[in-house]
Design a binder for this molecule. Structure first.
Ligand code: MIC
Ligand code: SF4
Length: 657
């Protein structure tokens, strides 16, 4: 039986385990990516592990999320990150150079390589045949030090693309269609491998829109085979020599198959406030729109802004609507400016932002109260835009531009009919992606060789080894699909404390219950209770680290999102799975006691735990963990475990376990 592309790349990088679905495997990592809001912890942990030099082929530190530097704390973070990249040997991308995924795609993404990144949209280069996975910062630090990355071998799903996209339908609509069909939980434990005749019809930027937003399905990653389109893209980026022809065998054996007929895809939107709340635009046409934004790592490329610019050229946006373009990279900005498109957009009434994540996490361009914002981003979780009760729709650039022109949601095909002279814009790749590289500092151009830490940059707190007896209050009971944006929001007022865990912890779960952090600190330990898919969204390890700092001992949930579950292990919090009826019966405030000797049971491989509630009734909770994860948990987390091993061995220990 032939191999899938995923199996081929994993086999090439396998250092432990077997490629059997559900088995834990260790893989070697070629490239590492970090960004400014997760990167500070990555480097602080790299330092705490006594690692002194990057071991991967490429490590790149981007400054992209908070580039407006409203507060010296943000600027100090960037200064620290430049010093860490210089000291340890990573590439450094200056603030304003662009979003990590866009700049990485332009400069480093390469077919057949593996990559780990401390950002959940790390899978983006899957569009060029790279197997790229998002992870918590500590896993990234270890990989950067040369240690393997461990993961449960996911199911590999064949997404067979047939036909060709009709005019006005885009790659964004393809991934929205996947979300409509599968939901934000539909990809958990899966890798989506795109195949079939439809692949040829999509350019690399379109493929990366799809792989980028595979994250919203909960997928481990998504990947495309390579072909002439990949070769052409790499050549235009001046990296022809990095092309490798890779794909699945003809008779590859997949765990599952989904067929998507591209010719049936129509313009779609995700309604507030979940990326899987997808409907055809026509179903919500007429909804008045106050703000339109084009940008983000999903649709902030030159190839995304160009169609909108073509639609807006010679026209003006509606008077009641504001429109902002925030390019994904300075390369995109520069090419658009040189080709004159920036001027056309400005003339149409559009404001231009620097290349940044910004508004995607509520930093800048926060929507007005009771207003509607249409964005080409990937997430519209409630409150993420910076205002509670927001109303954010996710769409393609074409749908966004149409909304700006009409001042309301409209299917661009209907707007074209109405206007009579607006053709489907499409886009062409530039002859050469010839933006300047001035903002990318290679390790041999480093300007620092020592760490520079501002006053807001603290140490990473360590937890003690797991106790035998765990008991405490169910401090908070939450519903399904709680995101890391609920646990540790990323808006500016909070984001500036990402390098200061004690301060950041004060905001833990404030979006669900603003008394939580105080109650957690006052109580001596305690538990979180949640429904399905707890911790979906971001890779931010702060969402595990801050509850740990507040004394939380574990989470009882119906199911967990992949990266967050790994982060819970990494910081010594026990993730226990409970069933629906037990979830329904636990009340906030109940006393939760794990009857077993927890430390002993975790280490001995015990899977079922007896939990006593209010000394009154019992339930069985499950711990689904590998031997390695159990060792980490018992030690109080990965950092204490690795440090202790390091001390025992009396030498450098980049390895994981
Ligand atoms: C996001 O899109 O939520 C972020 C902000 O990029 C996060 C990273 C972070 O929390 O810093 C992610 O996706 O991992
Ligand atoms: Fe940045 Fe938004 Fe992409 Fe996260 S999803 S990396 S915040 S643009």
């Amino acid at each position: 039986m032939g191999q899938t592309l995923t199996e081929k790349i994993l086999e090439d990088h396998l250092v432990e385990g077997e490629l059997e679905t559900g088995e834990e495997i260790g893989i070697e990592i070629d490239q590492v990516l970090t960004q400014d809001t997760t990167g500070t912890l990555v480097w602080l942990q790299f330092e705490a592990l006594d690692l002194d030099e990057v071991q991967t082929e490429i490590a790149a530190q981007y400054c992209d999320h908070q580039t407006y530097q409203f507060d010296f704390k943000n600027t100090d973070d960037h200064r620290f990150l430049r010093s860490a990249a210089g000291t340890f040997g990573a590439h450094f991308s200056r603030p304003g150079n662009g979003i990590c995924h866009n700049v990485h795609k332009e400069n480093f993404a390469a077919p057949g390589k593996t990559m780990l990144g401390s950002d959940s949209h790390t899978p983006t280069p899957g569009g060029l045949g790279e197997l790229a996975i998002g992870a918590g910062g500590l896993d990234v630090a270890v990989a950067m030090g040369g240690g393997p990355y461990y993961i449960e071998m996911p199911e590999v799903v064949n997404v067979r693309l047939e036909g060709e996209l009709p005019e006005w339908s885009t790659a964004k609509d393809v991934i929205l269609e996947m979300l409509r069909r599968l939901s934000v939980k539909g990809g958990v434990g899966k890798i989506f491998e795109y195949t079939g005749p439809g692949v040829d019809t999509l350019s690399v930027p379109e493929r990366t829109t799809i792989t980028n937003m595979g994250t919203e399905l909960g997928a481990t990653t998504s990947i495309f085979p390579t072909d002439e389109k990949t070769e052409e893209y790499l050549a235009k980026q001046g990296r022809s020599e990095e092309f490798v022809d890779i794909g699945p065998d003809e008779d590859a054996d997949y765990d599952d198959e989904i067929v998507v007929d591209l010719s049936e895809i129509e313009p779609l939107v995700a309604k507030p406030s979940m990326p899987d709340n997808v409907v055809p635009v026509r179903e919500v046409a007429g909804e008045s729109v106050d703000q339109v934004m084009i940008g983000s790592c999903t649709n902030g490329g030159y190839e995304d802004i160009l169609p909108a610019a073509k639609m807006l050229k010679g026209r003006e946006i509606d008077k009641k609507t504001e429109m902002i373009v925030a390019p994904g990279s300075k390369q995109a900005s520069e090419i658009l400016a040189r080709e004159g498109w920036t001027a056309e957009l400005m003339a149409a009434g559009v404001n231009f932002s620097e290349a940044t994540c910004g508004a995607c996490i509520g930093i800048g361009h926060v929507p007005a109260s009771d207003s509607v914002s249409v964005r080409t981003f990937n997430r519209n979780f409630e409150g993420r835009s910076g205002i509670e009760d927001d109303s954010v729709f996710l769409s393609s650039p074409e749908v966004a531009a149409a909304a700006a022109l009409k001042g309301e949601l409209v299917d661009p095909r209907d707007l074209a009919d109405e206007l009579g002279d607006m053709d489907a814009p499409g886009f062409e790749l530039p002859d050469q992606y010839d933006g300047s590289k001035a903002d990318l500092i290679a390790p041999d151009e480093a300007v620092d060789d020592d760490l520079v830490k501002g006053p807001n940059i603290g140490d990473v707190p360590l937890k003690d080894p797991l106790d035998a007896h765990l008991e405490g209050e169910a401090l908070l009971k939450m519903e399904d699909n709680i995101t890391t944006d609920h646990i540790i929001p990323a808006t500016q007022d909070i984001l500036m404390y990402r390098s200061n865990v004690p301060k950041l912890s004060e905001f833990t779960l404030s979006r669900v219950d603003d008394t939580f952090a105080e109650r957690a600190l006052e109580s001596d330990g305690g538990f979180l209770v949640a429904g399905e898919n707890y911790g979906q969204g971001s890779s931010r390890e702060h969402a595990a680290l801050c509850p740990m700092y507040l004394g939380i001992q574990g989470v009882l949930a119906q199911s967990f999102a992949r990266i967050h579950k790994a982060n819970l292990f990494n910081f010594g919090l026990i993730p226990l799975t409970i069933d629906e009826s037990d979830y329904a019966n636990i009340e906030q405030g109940d006393d939760i006691e794990i009857v077993d000797d927890v430390a002993e049971a975790v280490q001995s491989g015990q899977e079922e735990f007896t939990v006593r509630v209010n000394d009154d009734w019992e339930l069985t909770a499950e711990l689904d963990a590998s031997e390695r994860e159990r060792r980490i948990l018992a030690a109080g987390g990965k950092l204490p475990l690795t440090k202790r091993q390091h001390e025992d061995e009396g030498g450098a220990a980049p390895a994981d376990d």
